[in-house]
Design a binder for this molecule. Sequence first.
Ligand code: ADP
Ligand code: MG
Length: 253
Amino acid sequence: MHKDKYHGIKLNPMKEAAKRPVRSAARDDHRHDIEVKCVSKVYNQGKDNELKVLKNVTLCLHPGEITTIMGPSGSGKTTLLDIIGCLMRPTSGTVIIDGVDTQRLSDDELARVRREKIGFVFQNFNLITTLTADENVALPMRIAGMGKAQARERAISLLKLVDLENRLGHKPTELSGGEQQRVAIARALANNPKIILGDELTGNLDSKNSAKVMELLKALNKTKGYTFVLVTHDPNLKNYADRTINMADGEII
Ligand code: ADP
Ligand code: MG
């Protein structure tokens, strides 16, 4: 993978940038702080099967860094990541993203923060099986209102960025696991988010493909300044991280 290929690409679609508030357009460098403040999460509150999954978690995620959050299965990693990514609200506490206290936002406003600032990559890739690689990557841009031709052009650029320019027309079943995950990474970058969250993103990959995916993330981090937060129980991911946070039983340890 040539370093050069990360410099030629325009990662900032004009139309989306124009829609964004001035403050974030002015510092369009992918560097945004996320603060998790005293976050607790209780599932099934008040019922017999009540479960306290996060207990007063406070942490700061530094912009431009790769942070891994490690911990055994059941320790609350996915719950924490879903709260950081505004997919779920905490029972108490808050997450401050780029200076915005998300606790104060309506559901619509929260969805907008999620759409504009956050990209997700999941263990099972979550690609749409009936769509080709370029269509999968174009989809979030189409949903955000971008025209078909522009979305396709940008999807192709992003697939080049993840070294898949020769797989544009392939459907997920015609791609290896590692290739599917690289399509999913391209899709996560589609709307030019500030932060990319990964939940066990190497969990379904063999060691060779895991390494290739992690090298790709490291290159995107180094050349484009993307912030990554990766939750995992795979200790190998530590080697790629600027910072590792350990969790056990719903707490940072
Ligand atoms: P991890 O990702 O570290 O494995 P999770 O955040 O997925 O941990 O889950 C933490 C605990 O919360 C587990 O015991 C799990 O069974 C439970 N849990 C997760 N999601 C829910 C839910 N929607 N309702 C009830 N319990 C849940
Ligand atoms: Mg999990």
